[in-house]
Design a protein around this ligand. Structure first.
Ligand code: WT7
Length: 653
């Protein structure tokens, strides 16, 4: 499905003309060793869907009480997986490996932007998780309570997450660059009783304070928050509210290094993660325990061929996003392997930083976003060439369609043509990978996420839900899967409306357009709703529009994406003012949006006009705005526009 006028058009153009096929490098075999083995496993799911999931869940997770029921479809599309089983997530990620004799194995390698390195063995990580869990309990946090984590990319963020799971608390990680307002919205919506934060974090050689944002967020509302745990990390001065704020390290020091893991039901809520939709406020995507953990582990093994005794895994995503949850923390730890965490920007102090980290820590599987790849291509090949990348085995990408040019560079310059490129399509809602090649088994095509993983019934369908065998359509998932979202926190109806209504509760609708080629390979074309993908981050146009409209000078605003070489999509805002334009207002408005939402939502362009182009029924003509934003020729009929001069104004002519 060719989405007219979106930023994806260029990517799609090159992807549509892409017909190179790369056979898996010879001499190696992954966990699923061949394309034949993949088809065998798919067939096993086809023949016995529940039984195959049952076997995998028994084999891969440690249960406190075994489940007897695999999948409860009675209240579809609310599904329950392994519902009568009990387990503890942190026990599956920590105690299990320590008991098996791997307590001394490195669980986390953390590198700070200044170059400082800290490592945690599985035993040390377990001890700190227990201390943190005990400390949280002492602060009154019980199973089911919500805890907001607002932290930089430091090991304590992972420790806080795992500590929540130890006692059955539900975490909600809020990305550390979100504004106090965005933080407050999430704390309130989740009804959190504890916030865990840090004094500040490091970025581009400087400190960005975080604790003051928490103070601002909690200054109004948030009545349920009793305490704030503060990690002293960056060393910046912070204010302390007596009785509310507690130093993390002091709290941990007072606790024993043992804490019995609480056995929870398989469907115990695990975390809430907020993500943008096409309308309204960000929605709290809810994930539950067993199914999510199972798929985190299986996809580590299948998509990344991850083996704990061999691999050092580095996913560059922040824990504030789903990628950081599943592939920086839970996936690698559930497999008993080593995960790398880096706090800082990829280009500090120079554009070789990521490659230096790969070389220094012997990274074998590297996972990042196309936007980072494009930025590093621009910096030049001399940077990767300075570092020894020979330990790399597999290269992953996620977050947005990768243009074939970036794919080829990744393949040639980073992977030296010997590392399979694993382009993984998935979403916050899916919990883990859905469509991805199996390394050393699936032939790859630059720009295609290739085939659905075993057990995943992904399809491209037309508007009536009829499968498309070759061509474009909408991406759907036709069977439930264990790590699927369990709902939207506090809003059942929105869950039904957003994902299920379109295909009458039968199929999960992902919100993406996709094309299927003659080999059944899937090519993701991007969102078909009003969601932007800026540097692999999801932002709702409505969200940015309402941030703009909340400024006293603004009468009306419309936001669209336009193609951007590095970011994939850039944000272009068309604004109608209440009063006359003043000098510098556009810059003020950009800052206003950053304050309201966060720096990632800051519009790249602001264009001020007397009015916005609308249809007779009063709908903003977004397709037209997208053409204008992209500087494309206007092909639409605009004869019905009352004020034709507006077009020239919007074009900035
Ligand atoms: C949206 C989900 C899941 C991790 C990061 C983003 C786009 C994601 C790919 C890919 C093309 C992709 C889709 C999807 N997307 N991965 N490999 N190829 N597009 O998570 O913020 O929930 O966004 O990201 O449009 O719907 P998210």
């Amino acid at each position: 499905m060719q989405q007219e006028g979106t930023a994806m058009s260029e990517v799609i153009d090159s992807a549509l003309h892409e017909n190179r096929v790369f056979e898996p490098p010879a001499g190696e075999a992954g966990r699923i060793p061949s394309l034949d083995a993949y088809h065998v496993l798919r067939k096993r799911f086809n023949d016995d869907f529940d039984g195959t999931w049952r076997d995998l869940a028994r084999e891969h997770l440690e249960w406190r009480e075994p489940f007897t029921r695999v999948l409860n479809r009675e209240h579809a599309p609310f599904f329950r997986w392994f519902e009568d089983g009990k387990l503890n997530l942190s026990e599956n990620c920590l105690d299990r490996h320590v008991r098996a004799g791997f307590g001394e194995r490195t669980a986390i390698i953390w590198e700070g932007e200044t170059g400082v390195v800290r490592k945690y063995s599985y035993s040390a990580l377990l001890a700190d998780v227990c201390r943190a869990a005990n400390a949280m309990r002492e602060l009154g946090v019980a199973a089911g309570d919500r805890v907001v984590i607002y932290m930089p990319m430091i090991p304590e963020a992972a420790i806080a997450m795992l500590a929540c799971t130890r006692i059955g608390a539900v975490h909600s990680v809020v990305f550390g660059a979100f504004s106090p307002q965005a933080l407050r919205d999430r704390v309130e919506d989740a009804g959190a009783r504890l916030v865990i934060t840090a004094d500040g974090g490091w970025r581009r050689g400087g400190i960005h304070a975080m604790k003051p944002n928490v103070d601002l967020a909690l200054a109004e509302g948030c009545h349920r928050v009793g305490h704030v745990l503060v990690v002293a990390h960056a060393g910046n001065d912070v204010e302390r509210t007596a009785g509310r704020d507690i130093d993390w390290q002091q709290a941990l020091n007072m606790q024993p290094a043992e804490c019995a893991p609480l056995a929870v039901e398989a469907e115990q809520p695990l975390f809430i993660l907020y993500t943008s939709g096409s309308t309204g406020k960000p929605k709290g995507i809810l994930h539950s325990t067993a199914g999510y953990l199972l798929w985190s582990r299986l996809t580590m093994q299948w998509s990344f061929d991850f083996k704990p005794e061999r691999d050092v895994f580095w996913c560059t995503a922040d824990v504030g996003w789903i990628t950081g949850h599943t592939y920086s923390v839970y996936g690698p730890l559930c497999c008993g392997g080593t995960t790398v965490m880096y706090e800082g920007v990829p280009t500090w102090p120079d554009p070789g930083r990521l490659w230096k980290i790969c070389a220094d820590h012997g990274v074998t599987v590297f996972y990042t976003a196309p936007t980072a790849i494009r930025a590093l291509i621009k910096a030049g090949d001399q940077w990767p060439e300075q570092h020894d990348l020979s330990a790399l085995r597999i290269l992953g990408t996620v977050g947005e369609p990768i243009n074939p040019e970036a794919w080829m560079w990744y393949h040639r310059v980073i992977g030296k043509e010997r590392c399979p490129i694993v382009d993984t399509w998935w979403q916050t809602e899916t919990g883990g990978h859905m469509i991805a090649p199996l390394p050393f088994a699936t032939p790859t095509k630059p720009g295609s996420a290739t085939l659905p993983l075993p057990g995943i019934d992904a399809a491209v369908v037309d508007g009536d839900g009829k499968p498309v065998s070759e061509g474009g359509g909408l991406l759907v998932i036709r069977q439930p899967w264990p790590s699927m979202l369990r709902g939207i926190w506090g809003d059942e109806q929105r869950y039904l409306d957003t994902y299920w209504k379109k295909f009458s509760n039968r199929y999960y609708f992902a919100g993406d357009g996709a094309r299927i080629d003659k080999d059944g390979y899937c090519w993701i074309m991007g969102r078909v709703d009003d969601v932007l993908n800026v540097s692999g981050h999801r932002l709702g146009t409505m969200e940015i529009e309402s941030a703009l409209a909340s400024h006293p000078a603004v009468a009306e605003a419309a936001v669209v994406g336009r193609p951007d070489d590095i970011k994939g999509e850039a944000i272009c805002a068309f604004v109608v003012l209440k009063s006359v334009d003043e000098d510098g207002l556009a810059e003020l408005l950009r800052k206003h949006v950053a304050r309201e939402i966060g720096a990632i939502a800051k519009p790249d362009d602001i264009r001020i006009a007397n009015s916005l182009p609308k249809t007779r029924s009063g709908k903003i003509m977004r397709r037209l705005l997208r053409d204008i934003a992209a500087g494309r020729e206007i092909t639409q009929d605009i004869s019905t526009l009352e004020d034709q001069s507006v077009i020239a104004q919007l074009q900035g002519r």
